[in-house]
Write a protein that binds this ligand. Structure first.
Ligand code: HEC
Length: 107
């Protein structure tokens, strides 16, 4: 199972228009708005930047769809101290990951 997943990840990453860490789109906004009505594309983009900058020093960044949206808040909370995240940065990262985790990458 793990190996099948790794192969799926590799092929997703090698398809040029399917990045493993997708830039947020209007589609992600529609999803995020259900939980955070005032959220903007900039908020999600900032979350992505923070994720890439602060969560990549010890291990590779995980593609958002690797974990369910419901799981990300606790994972980020677990890593918060390691990444020295301020509360607003943690919130940005959680919003980005949970929104993007809800749309499977297209292949
Ligand atoms: C200072 C090093 C460090 C930083 C920075 C870091 N991590 Fe981790 N991460 C680890 C280690 C070590 C593990 C292995 C499992 C463990 O020790 O809990 C891990 C495991 C994980 C896992 C695997 C699931 C799990 O619970 O084991 C996820 C997902 C994860 N990190 C996400 C993140 C995110 C999101 C950030 C940024 C907010 C982040 N990490 C920043 C060290 C780090």
């Amino acid at each position: 199972m793990k190996r099948i997943f790794a192969i799926a990840l590799l092929s997703a990453a090698s398809a040029a228009c399917v990045p493993a860490i997708p830039a947020p789109t209007a589609e992600h906004i529609l999803i995020a708005e259900r939980t955070w009505p005032a959220i903007t594309l900039n908020d999600l983009a900032r979350g992505r930047d923070t994720y890439l900058e602060r969560c990549s020093s010890c291990h590779m960044v995980y593609t958002p769809t690797r974990y369910g949206a419901a799981k990300w808040p606790e994972l980020v909370a677990k890593m918060r101290a390691r990444a020295h995240l301020q509360p607003s940065e943690e919130q940005d990262v959680v919003r980005y990951l949970t929104a993007v985790a809800q749309i499977p990458p297209r292949t």
